[in-house]
Design a protein around this ligand. Structure first.
Ligand code: HEC
Length: 407
């Protein structure tokens, strides 16, 4: 396996994760829609046994699905279960988390100049996933679980604590991915520990000729409803890692919560639409909130440290303009702090190609990527990853000045 690049494994895990995730969420959206679209059936107009039925046309065929209040009088021979979509999403997600974050903990998990060891960061990550599920499950089973509203507030508090706590100790991107993975774990564990086992118990009770306990179905439904509202926030958290302007923002945890809440709200609008209760102003309102958040995030972003000793240190030739930064100084910083990774042939261990095809070796390349350099190394301190090359605030300030005063 000489020369084998682990990046291939990451690509494989990510691809699978996306495929099964699409299958899971697609099925989940479909069943929520079905539940909300049921009409009384002609055989059971008062919906005594049947909750209702729905007619659909798709791909050239007509479909008629019906939902039983508890279960049909006799079980059909072939019953389809929906669970592997969820399990395989979690398994591939864990593989990806290990391949990207846990194996690269030193650069991906730690914020710049963190006192923690990479192993501690991994421990915090794993502990978060397990701990969040245990706490959530206890909350659902406790008296809090009797009121959907109170439980929803408790879950929101849990997510807030996760978002705040993790952004204080881990790098922004690791914090975001772990909040996402914790919620994702809760969703899959809901399927694995509650929804499917309860369904199995219902089936077993029926096979014994007993009337199934409706409480089992209700508990499953409660978890299922949570999963519905988690979907869009989790998807946002999963892609957030590609946007340092969010994960590296000084108020990143607030953005995490605000955008997640917006995602849950948008999901609610779609759920309301199923039953014709959505109003025309709802999605535009969500859009306006999003635009407002973008504006607030833009004005509150970090403009980089401002240093008094800003006069370009070791390159004075073309400094007619007092604030202009000589390009040679910029290139020296990039050379010292970035090129180990961002080169056609990186020298940093574990890198075989310039990350994201961003090479910063020549003046043309540096100018070409100037705005991105500002975003990654000045407005956010995402780069250098984990500050492994020990970039200092003066250097960031200098880059910021260069970007502001003409590149
Ligand atoms: C330890 C290796 C390493 C160092 C040092 C490093 N980077 Fe990166 N850089 C990466 C990796 C890995 C990515 C891809 C991150 C991802 O997958 O989102 C990246 C991505 C980027 C991107 C693209 C971001 C995007 O979302 O398109 C820019 C721009 C960048 N780095 C700039 C810099 C600058 C400027 C420096 C020096 C101040 C620097 N990097 C130092 C590893 C490094």
């Amino acid at each position: 396996m000489d020369g084998f690049d682990i990046e291939w494994l990451r690509l494989t895990a990510r691809w699978i994760h996306l495929i099964v995730g699409v299958a899971w969420i697609g099925a989940s959206f479909y069943f929520v829609w079905q539940d909300d679209s049921l009409e009384p059936t002609p055989e059971d107009p008062d919906s005594k046994r049947l909750q209702g039925e729905v007619w659909m046309v798709h791909g050239g065929g007509f479909y008629n699905a019906r939902k039983y209040k508890v279960a049909p009088p006799n079980l059909p021979e072939k019953l389809h279960w929906f669970k592997w979509e969820a399990y395989s999403t979690w398994l591939s997600g864990m593989a990806l988390l290990i391949l990207v974050y846990y194996l690269g903990a030193g650069i991906y998990m730690l914020p710049p100049d963190s006192p923690l060891s990479p192993l501690t960061a991994v421990g915090i990550g794993v502990g978060t996933l397990v701990g969040s599920w245990v706490i959530y499950d206890l909350m659902c089973r406790s008296p809090l679980g009797r009121s959907d509203g109170v439980l929803a507030i408790a879950v929101a508090v849990l997510v807030t604590l996760l978002a705040y706590g993790l952004t204080q100790v881990l790098s922004g991107r690791a914090a975001f991915i772990h909040v996402g993975a914790a919620i994702g774990t809760i969703m899959v564990a809901n399927v694995f520990f509650t929804i499917i086992p309860n369904q199995r118990k219902i089936v077993a009770q029926m096979l014994r000729g007993e009337i199934p306990d409706p409480a089992l179905g209700r508990a499953g439904k409660q978890r299922s409803v949570h999963n519905t509202y988690f979907t869009l926030p989790v998807l946002f958290l999963m892609i957030s890692n590609h946007y340092a302007l969010v994960t590296g923002h000084p108020w990143n945890w607030v953005l995490l919560l605000a955008l997640s809440a917006l995602g849950a709200g948008v999901r609610q609008v779609f759920v309301l639409r199923h039953t014709g209760r959505a109003r025309a102003w709802m999605l535009p309102l969500a859009g306006a909130c999003f635009a407002g958040l973008v504006m607030v995030a833009t004005v509150t972003r970090d403009d980089g440290p401002v240093s008094a000793s800003m006069a370009a240190p070791d390159a004075g030739e073309e400094a007619e303009e007092p604030s202009a930064v000589p390009f040679a100084a910029v290139q020296a910083i990039i050379q010292a702090r970035c090129v180990a990774c961002h080169a056609a042939r990186p020298t940093f261990e574990g890198f075989d190609a310039p990350p994201k095809e961003v090479a910063l070796e020549t003046p043309e390349q540096i100018r070409q990527w100037a705005d991105k350099i500002g975003q990654q190394a000045v407005h956010t301190r995402t780069m250098p990853l984990g500050n492994v090359t020990a970039m200092n605030p003066e250097e960031r300030a200098l880059l910021g000045l260069w970007l502001r005063t003409g590149k």
